[in-house]
Design a protein around this ligand. Structure first.
Ligand code: UT7
Length: 327
């Protein structure tokens, strides 16, 4: 039986650091409020001429290097983002050209902050179906391009960045992705959305004047749902693998709010020091967040052969997912 394993990861965050004090010069906020309510100390913003696919290219190059593969062995690119370079063509196709991989299958998926887990799950099933062998997964966002810098309830929370992973087939079915649980609930899209720019509200003077092209969020509602649903999803994945919380060596949670992560740790009865967090440095980078944290944990030698890793995310849609990987 074949399994799929992560051969290598890579990540990239832009040079420009924006501290909480910098944000307090733009909106009525403070370092104290942002730190205590979210855990964020700073975030990175891409340069004006730096696109989501530019950041993805940097992350992909590092992942290829770390995986020790020839880029030509990649036979598919799955790009998770909610801030593509443009509505179409896909950022995956733009990246494919930048990487010099002509004719390789390439497409975007949109599952907001759950995008990296959705992409890993999709790539895993594509590899198990034996139609593809080596898939490049990207989670990348230029969220600064859709933030409303007149809305203090959202603009202080998000940052830009990119992450990549190379997933490939392995004959050892005891390692690799053991289980993924994903789900979605489309009943309340308005809890976290970008209202205009699509077919529902095409760009117009009105949509611009009403600031409808920016990200809008009901943080309180999202917070409550995130804690509950992430916990439930993790329990489902653990049960599917016949594992308990104690069998998990490291959790890589979506980096949205330290208080969400603390509540999750309590619910799962997994000590907080088994969570890898970097929210303080990058804020919420949506689809990029889990991949950046995973890459960071690997580079910091926090993940060793034989470890069981739990990934978990929640985001717009609403979407969620959890995944257990045997390293
Ligand atoms: O990645 C996808 C998922 N996203 C998330 O998981 C985000 C989930 N939500 C959250 O992380 C939190 O709900 C927030 C960080 C967004 C907000 O924290 P909160 O503790 O729920 O605060 P709140 O919305 O209840 O606001 C409390 C107060 C309000 O003032 P009043 O009405 O009590 O006078 C806000 O106006 O804090 C005020 N406030 C701020 N004050 C200073 C809101 N934003 C700010 C700000 N600076 N940036």
């Amino acid at each position: 039986m074949t399994a799929s394993i992560i051969l290598g990861t890579g990540s990239y965050t832009p040079d420009k650091i924006i501290t909480n004090d910098d944000m307090s010069k733009i909106v009525d906020t403070s370092d104290e409020w942002i730190k205590t309510r979210t855990g964020i100390r700073q975030r990175r913003f891409a340069a004006d001429n730096e696109t989501t696919s530019d950041m993805a290219l940097q992350a992909a190059s590092k992942a290829i290097l770390n995986a020790g593969i020839e880029k030509n062995s990649i036979d598919c690119i799955i790009f998770a983002t909610m801030t593509p370079d443009m509505p179409f063509p896909s950022s995956a196709c733009i990246l494919q050209h930048k990487m010099g991989l002509p004719n390789v299958t390439a497409f975007d998926i949109q599952a907001a902050c759950s995008g990296f887990i959705y992409a890993l799950n999709l790539a895993n099933t594509m590899i198990l179906s034996k139609q593809y062998k080596t898939i490049l997964i990207i989670g990348a966002e230029k969220l600064s391009s859709i933030l409303d810098f007149e809305d203090r309830t959202t603009c202080v929370l998000f940052g830009d960045g990119a992450s990549a992973a190379i997933l490939t087939e392995s004959n050892d079915s005891n390692i690799g992705i053991l289980h993924t649980d994903t789900g979605a609930d489309g009943e309340t899209p308005e809890l976290l959305h970008q209202p205009a720019g699509g077919s529902a509200i095409p760009p117009s003077i009105d949509s611009l004047n009403n600031r409808l092209h920016f990200l809008k969020m009901n943080g309180k509602e999202i917070f409550k749902k995130a804690v509950r649903v992430m916990g439930q999803s993790c329990v489902k994945s653990l049960e599917a693998c016949n594992l308990t919380s104690e069998d998990i060596d490291l959790v890589i949670p979506h980096q949205a709010n330290m208080r969400i992560i603390e509540s999750l740790a309590k619910r799962l009865e997994i000590p907080l020091d088994k969570f890898h967090n970097n929210l303080d440095l990058y804020g919420n980078t949506s689809a990029a967040s889990i991949g950046i944290a995973l890459d960071e944990a690997i580079q910091a030698n926090r993940i060793k052969k034989g470890d069981r890793i739990l990934l978990v995310a929640f985001g717009a849609g609403l979407t969620w997912g959890s995944q257990i990987i045997q390293w």
